[in-house]
Design a protein around this ligand. Structure first.
Ligand SMILES: Cc1ncc(CO)c(N)n1
Length: 223
């Protein structure tokens, strides 16, 4: 069994809970309050600023030109693709790009990005990928689940664009490349090293659930 399939089985329960979270289900059936989505868009924008740095670090840690170029492409896609979706959404609500950028990350958002950046800056390329992969893979799974379970969801005037992006073959091919890369790199790893990669994969899978819950519940700093 491929290492990624082993990891997928280990996070199955966590990802299933994410698929059943009211924020995610609300995007599918259209019941998600707009205020929750605006909070998500703002928090996710500042998340993506730090998240994109992982791809830059991946280019630095890459051991061959092809992998360097792929991480550079992921950096570009994040800064100009995913973040542009948020900027377009924000404009519909009269929120400027500067206002998006000035969003103060919640404690949970900060904990998530700092965990990933710490792994990416101090760990191996394999550790960076194992921390990063649940972000892309779980979003692809959520996008596909919503498009399949709620056929009209991609036509929703607000949430449709989000579902289209994350269920797309283009986003899936980027996630698939990262999955294959981890599988290739895992072949040469010791049991102890694989245990460390698994811990990162589980931790950021849990952070993904917590991020949906934070934007749904509105958790923030006391003052
Ligand atoms: C919190 C979070 N995780 C993953 C992704 C996928 O890019 C995202 N945009 N935001």
């Amino acid at each position: 069994m491929k290492y990624s399939q082993i990891l997928y089985k280990k996070v199955n329960e966590i990802w299933k809970q994410t698929h059943q979270h009211p924020f995610v289900v609300g995007m599918g059936n259209g019941d998600l309050p707009v205020e929750s989505f605006i909070r998500y868009m703002k928090q996710d924008y500042v998340f993506l600023i730090d998240y994109s740095k992982l791809f830059a670090l991946g280019t630095i840690k890459a051991r061959d030109l092809e992998t360097m170029a792929a991480f550079a492409k992921l950096l570009h896609e994040t800064l100009h693709g995913e973040m542009e979706l948020h900027r377009q959404y924000a404009a519909r609500f009269g929120i400027t790009n500067q206002q998006l950028e000035d969003t103060r990350p919640t404690p949970m958002n900060l904990a998530y990005t700092r965990y990933m950046l710490n792994v990416a800056q101090n760990g191996s390329l394999e550790e960076l990928i194992s921390a990063l992969l649940p972000c892309m893979w779980s979003y692809w799974e959520i996008g596909k689940m919503l498009a399949e379970n709620y056929p009209n969801s991609i036509e929703h005037p607000l949430y449709g664009e989000w579902i289209k992006m994350y269920s797309s073959d283009e986003f899936g091919s980027l996630a698939g490349w990262l999955i294959d890369l981890l599988d290739n790199l895992a072949e040469e790893k010791s049991e102890r090293e694989l245990q460390m990669l698994e811990e990162h994969f589980l931790t950021t899978s849990r952070f993904e659930y917590m991020f949906w819950d934070m934007v749904y519940q509105g958790g923030d700093w006391p003052v």
